[in-house]
Design a protein around this ligand. Structure first.
Ligand SMILES: [Zn+2]
Length: 428
């Protein structure tokens, strides 16, 4: 069946309209469209958005298939309403050559749930010493445009400068994991009142902010663009705001968990709350929401970081850092941004689809819901209320901080170029 009529959904949260999909493309948007020859999806009360785009996903393949594979990770992405994900380079082997990025790209095509755009490493082996073959990765079949040593910071200023200069030539971008390594040696959680009370090694805000300040100045100096991964402090927001006011070409992302959770949760010593960068304070959370609302922070990115049970089922100090996030991101954004009045659904479409597609140059994604555009779409039921049960996840890992928590909203349908990857809330 090649024709689908999505009937009566609120397009980007606006007027209820019908959307006719024919093959891979949106054929018509209007009211009272004919259902002749089409499968009809009754979508009254639901929100229709362009397919979500995640600029920061860890798919773990190759090398850690016990925590996630390209197949399981893209199934999780489709369940969460995503039609494109950017896969981080910290795999084993590291995605620092054309061969590895092409492998990940091909695995994404074979899986067929979601487009996978590999991110290339900035430096060989993520070691921070020698630039990886950025040009060869860009020229490969994977067409890499985003480069990152995520998990590690490119802390050498000369290497960072060279990377920014190099990617400028082909319109690429360096995505920086901003963490000054010496300031975070032995760090276990946000440095503040809670870390002092618990006696855990503190992760000071300045470790993030000092790298962001340096990098926006480097980007200005070489006239390149830079992207800041998972910004987490109120001070980081101020630096990015200042840089944008100067016309520096900087973009920034925030994760859903940094929009909702605080370091108070570390008092439970439950390693599910251990993440890099760490959960911060209520003041930071509120500043991040404001910044995402006013556009200082451009996008929401999940930093979906699957870990096998044994890497989290241990004492706090030994536990791996990271949380899964693809399947709960939209619900957390609905709760923290839509239901608080910070963003409307058109704003959500911008921060989770249009803007990330633009930053990553994801062709065919983040497009308007209008005739002639690729049918990458997600339908959301905003009235739904449910309790998060990790047993329902398509991801191979279960390390969610939201287990047992009630979150609003549910993805009912996801379409990748007109083909349903999620139908009635279930993977197709
Ligand atoms: Zn990171």
């Amino acid at each position: 069946m090649s024709k689908i009529l999505i009937r009566g959904a609120k397009v980007l949260g606006g007027e209820a309209q019908d959307v006719l999909v024919d093959g891979e493309t949106i054929a018509e948007v209007g009211t009272g469209l004919s259902a002749e020859g089409a499968t009809v999806i009754e979508a009254a009360g639901q929100i229709l958005l362009p397919g979500l785009v995640d600029l920061h996903t860890h798919l773990r393949e190759p090398g850690r298939e016990d925590s996630e594979t390209v197949l399981t990770g893209t199934r999780a992405a489709a369940s969460g309403g995503y039609t494109a994900v950017f896969a981080m380079a910290n795999t084993h082997p590291v995605a620092d050559t054309a061969g590895v990025v092409e492998q990940v790209y091909r695995l994404g095509k074979e899986a067929g749930y979601c487009d996978v755009q590999p991110i290339g490493a900035v430096t060989v082996g993520l070691e921070g010493r020698k630039l990886a073959e950025l040009g060869a990765m860009h020229d490969s079949a994977a067409g890499v445009t985003v480069f990152s040593d995520d998990g590690k910071c490119v802390d050498d200023a000369v290497i960072m400068r060279r990377a920014l200069e190099y990617v400028k030539a082909f319109g690429g971008v360096v995505a920086q994991h901003a963490q000054e390594p010496r300031l975070t040696e032995g760090a276990q959680m946000n440095e503040g009142i809670v870390s002092a009370e618990l006696g855990l090694g503190g992760w000071p805000a300045v470790a993030e902010e000092s790298i962001i300040a340096r990098d926006v100045l480097l980007a200005e100096h070489v006239g390149s663009r830079v992207h800041i991964c998972h910004l987490s402090t109120a001070g980081s927001v101020e630096i990015v705001r200042w840089a944008k006011s100067r016309g520096i070409d900087v973009t920034a992302e925030v994760t859903p968990h940094h929009l909702l959770l605080t370091d108070e949760l570390v008092r439970t010593y439950n390693p599910v709350y251990k993440v890099n960068p760490p959960l911060r304070t209520e003041k930071d959370v509120l500043a991040l929401r404001e910044a995402l609302a006013d556009g200082t922070i451009d996008i929401v990115a999940t930093d979906h970081a699957p870990h096998p049970h044994e890497d989290k089922d241990c004492e706090w100090a030994a536990a791996a850092m990271g949380m899964v996030g693809l399947e709960t991101a939209l619900s957390v954004v609905q709760q923290t941004m839509v239901e608080t009045g910070h963003l409307d659904w058109a704003g959500v479409a911008d921060r989770m689809s249009f803007a990330p597609a633009r930053i990553g140059r994801a062709t065919g994604h983040g497009r308007p819901v209008s005739a002639g555009e690729p049918a990458n779409l997600v339908l959301v039921d905003p009235a739904y209320r449910g309790t998060v049960d990790p047993a329902d996840f398509a991801s191979r890992s279960r390390n969610t901080p939201y287990e047992g928590r009630e979150l609003p909203g549910r993805v009912t349908h996801t379409f990748l170029r007109g083909r349903a990857t999620v139908m009635d809330g279930k993977l197709a």
